[in-house]
Design a protein around this ligand. Structure first.
Ligand code: PLP
Length: 393
């Protein structure tokens, strides 16, 4: 006997993975250059040279020490460097004692959901959303409550949101810049969210935590600003990752920040650390704790994503696709050209275009295009998008 839930999670591939695997099979048939894979969010620019140089230097200078266990919550020197960097950038005074280093944003989120959840708790998520949230929230024993998308701008449908809040609401998840819409939440959206959460926390007599999932914080385009959310809403817990900003998804490094003024912050931090312990997310990889903390003020050369966004948005609009302007990340979430986004994505496959149906992100009638690809490949794909659009005329 095994856990049916875990067996299901372990056997059913995500739609994104299905497409990605299909792409590999198709590449073997028609040649990799003829398959236009926009399915997965793997950064296409290399990590900065300093990352590799720092790793090599540390391996040479500290050959034994660098492979040792660190504190469960991460090495103090590394946490201090992360805190210093945040304090320089955002004018804050965070202490390393409120940072928990762990294996990417995925583990950060799991530590937070598991650390916060009491029986009966709910977390609100806004569509379109990163589908793993459901797995993480339910894995923590909580319920995910999904708010339908506001499809004109992919900000927040506040009427639906207010109706979904109950005394069981333990937290709300935001992800800006967003996967899959690429949209950045405006200051106005965040302030309205904060004011509702403040009023409701008071009414219910307990804090509603805002969990800010920020793997794309650094990928922001001209004319857009990613707000530092803890300065807008006090009870914000930040989940960060170096997977996209430093192009290091395989190294699995990120952190949870529980700012000093979060309500019951000492308990929240202890519970996050306890969840890390219970899930086995202790002592994130030692070498990359050091590397990322020494390189945390750098980013990979992220400009290519903005160039790709401009190219794709302009071309798709000309072809007749409806596209909400992205402000960052490296995703575009146009409307599908038929109501059934799954059928649309299937039809795209006939043109060797691999794009992910929006249904899995809670927004049917859309598809996700992950444009963290070479610009040259994107240019060659444009006639395929045109042919796909023409096939509907
Ligand atoms: N959150 C969002 C919105 C993501 O898109 C991803 C990865 O693509 C993650 C979390 C997980 O990131 P990590 O690789 O740091 O675990």
């Amino acid at each position: 006997m095994v856990s049916e839930r875990m067996k299901g999670l372990g056997t059913a591939r995500s739609v994104i993975r299905e497409l990605f695997e299909y792409g590999k099979i198709r590449a073997a048939e028609v040649g990799a250059e003829n398959v236009f894979d926009f399915s997965i969010g793997n950064p296409s620019v290399p990590a900065p040279a300093e990352v590799n140089e720092t790793a090599i230097r540390l391996l040479q200078e500290q050959p034994e020490l660098i492979h040792c266990y660190t504190s469960a919550q991460g090495d103090l020197g590394g946490r201090q460097r992360f805190a210093d960097s945040l304090n320089r950038r955002f004018g804050t005074s965070y202490s390393p004692d409120r940072l928990y280093i762990t294996v990417g944003a995925a583990a950060s989120l799991c530590c937070v959901f598991n650390g916060l959840t009491c029986p009966g708790d709910e977390f609100i998520v806004f569509a379109p959303y990163f589908p793993e949230y459901k797995v993480f929230i339910e894995g923590a024993g909580a319920k995910m409550v999904l708010i339908p998308p506001e499809i004109e701008a992919f900000q927040i449908d506040f009427d639906a949101f207010e109706k979904a809040l109950t005394p069981h609401t333990k937290g709300v998840v935001v992800n800006s810049p967003n996967n899959p819409s690429g949209v950045v939440y405006s200051k106005q959206t965040l302030e309205q969210l904060a004011s509702i959460l403040t009023a409701k926390s008071r009414e219910y007599g307990h804090p509603i935590y805002l969990i800010s999932d920020e793997p794309y914080r650094e990928i922001v385009y001209e004319g857009f600003k990613v707000e530092w959310i803890p300065s807008i809403y006090r009870d914000t817990i930040v989940c960060y990752s170096f997977s996209k900003s430093l192009s290091l998804p395989g190294e699995r490094l990120g952190y949870v920040l529980v700012p000093e003024d979060v309500t019951d912050g000492n308990d929240v931090y202890a519970a996050v650390a306890g969840a890390g312990r219970s899930l086995g997310y202790v002592n994130a990889p030692s070498l990359f704790q050091q590397v990322t903390s020494l390189c945390c003020d750098l980013t990979a050369d992220l400009k290519v994503y903005e160039r790709n966004a401009q190219l794709l948005v302009g071309a798709l609009r000309e072809m007749g696709y409806h596209v909400v302007q992205p402000g960052g990340a490296f995703y575009l979430f146009p409307r599908s050209l038929e109501a059934d986004d799954v059928a649309f994505s299937e039809r795209a496959k006939k043109f060797d275009l691999l794009i992910v149906p929006g249904t899995g992100f809670g927004a049917p009638g859309h598809v996700r295009i992950s444009y963290c690809v070479q610009t040259e490949m994107l240019q060659r794909a444009l006639p395929k998008f045109k042919a796909l659009a023409d096939s509907y005329r």
